[in-house]
Ligand binder design. Structure first.
Ligand code: GH3
Ligand code: MG
Ligand code: MG
Ligand code: MG
Length: 311
């Protein structure tokens, strides 16, 4: 059983999680054919501050997955018509739930059967009767780790900005929103000028520091609703919802001027860094087309002598 994950689907899931505040309750899907057992688990988890969805008919799992969108699944092993292992397989086949923690809770105490169940897609095996504190704490820890892993997956580790894949996902998402709401949307591509020279003159660590410095600068100057990503090595991409092409050019030109004034220290001396930028607007195209247009505009800015914003 081997499967290639559709990153788009997985990322959609991640987006749901990361939009959740860290304080939002964990969403737990409880699958147990015994109504009494299910109610007990629900009671323990609800008291621990989590949100639950209880399924006593295993055939309803697929519907519950999509309607409830759980962050953790807790499952009985033996149910009429199917086993927990079979259900785990079905869950894992959904790209969105490829990495959702699945925890078995069963009276099964044969270690070999437990290990077999885990080898088929489970992450933990708890046995009934379970101490409520043990149950709540296992679910809580699994949930916390799942959330933080997913949050890491969408970020670039050097700058903390969104990574390439997630930036494109956000662009697609904002295009759809803008199209639906009749609002404007602008996309910008930034590329640092002569970055290779900076690396060559001052060394790679100073180059890295420039990347971080521009990232922080962009975060400070742009709005909370704008999405900033590291598109590639020294290339950045910005999604600006509710912004016309002209307004985006004004904002980015101001950022361009101010960033160029910033002193970048290197030993006893200092240097200045500029970037070029291309912007493109539109809500009738797909992400790829807008990217191409922004990239062409960026190329124009480079050809015109760099340190410029073009559309
Ligand atoms: P241009 O003005 O035409 O954009 O010239 P440039 O030198 O900026 O462009 P070029 O694409 O030739 O060089 C980009 C350089 O960025 C080359 C690569 O070594 C460097 N780079 C890519 N990623 C990183 C990184 O994470 N850290 C550092 N320090 N350098 C990086
Ligand atoms: Mg059962
Ligand atoms: Mg480049
Ligand atoms: Mg460059």
């Amino acid at each position: 059983f081997h499967k290639v994950v559709d990153l788009g689907q997985l990322i959609e899931k991640i987006e749901e999680y990361t939009n959740a505040s860290p304080l939002d309750p964990y969403k737990v899907l409880v699958v147990d054919d015994s109504r009494a057992q299910a109610r007990y688990i629900e009671n323990v988890l609800t008291k621990a501050g989590m949100t639950t969805c209880v399924i006593t008919d295993p055939m309803q799992v697929l519907i519950a997955l999509n309607d409830f969108s759980p962050e953790i699944v807790i499952m009985d092993m033996y149910m009429p018509g199917c086993t927990g292992m079979e259900l785990a397989r079905v869950i894992r086949q959904q790209d969105k739930f490829h990495s959702v923690p699945i925890i078995y809770l069963s009276a099964e105490d044969d270690i070999n059967k437990q290990l077999h169940a885990m080898s088929l897609g489970g992450d933990d095996f708890l046995t009934k009767p379970i101490n409520p504190k043990h149950l709540a704490s296992t679910i809580h820890n699994r949930g916390r780790r799942a959330r933080s892993l997913l949050a890491l997956m969408i970020r670039d580790s050097l700058t903390g900005l969104y990574n390439h894949t997630h930036t494109l996902y956000l662009l697609e998402n904002e295009i759809a929103k803008a199209h639906q709401n009749g609002t404007k949307l602008t996309f910008a591509m930034l590329d640092i000028d002569f970055f290779k020279k900076i690396n060559d003159s001052y060394g790679h660590p100073i180059g890295d520091r420039v990347l971080k410095s521009l990232s922080l600068f962009l975060k400070q100057r742009l709005r909370k609703t704008d999405h900033i990503g590291r598109y590639g090595g020294e290339e950045f991409a910005i999604v600006l919802p509710n912004t016309s092409e002209n307004d985006a050019k004004i904002i980015l030109n101001e950022i361009r001027e101010k960033f160029a004034e910033l002193q970048q220290p290197a030993g006893n001396s200092e240097f200045h860094v500029t970037f070029s930028c291309g912007v493109a607007s539109g809500t009738h195209e797909n992400a790829q087309l807008i990217c191409e247009r922004a990239d062409n505009a960026l190329y124009d800015a480079k050809r015109a002598g760099r340190n410029a914003v073009r559309s």
